[in-house]
Design a protein around this ligand. Structure first.
Ligand SMILES: [Zn+2]
Length: 114
């Protein structure tokens, strides 16, 4: 279950940031791409486990799911894909391997309790 190690490293970064601002963290926002290989539900569960007895205990993990985006050089067009099955340009239908989104796995923001 690699969500556990991912949650661990995300939480480490978040704790380091929280220590900098010296405030209680309300929520941790992350971006998870459709191709990142992370199962959001599993990450959610792992987060709860990993934050136990840390300064992030009780905080929420807010996951923003990022769809796959491909760029078609022929149409000069970015297509947002509805799933990860087909990588076809929505305009010409040609398959493109030029990925512009979907692999995200990053911490985007911390919500601080005021
Ligand atoms: Zn195209």
């Amino acid at each position: 279950m690699h969500e556990l190690s991912i949650a661990k490293s995300l939480v480490e970064i978040a704790i380091a940031e929280a220590n900098k601002v010296e405030h209680q963290v309300e929520a941790v926002h992350i971006k998870v791409g459709a191709l990142s290989g992370v199962v959001p539900d599993a990450l959610m569960a792992a987060y709860e486990f990993v934050t136990e007895a840390t300064c992030l205990e009780g905080s929420r993990l807010v996951i923003e799911n990022c769809p796959v985006q491909i760029f078609c050089p022929d149409c000069n067009k970015l297509t947002t894909l509805p799933d990860t099955q087909n990588f076809d340009c929505s305009q010409c239908g040609k398959t493109s391997g030029d990925l512009r989104g979907g692999r995200e796995l990053e911490l985007t923001a911390l919500e601080i309790r005021s």
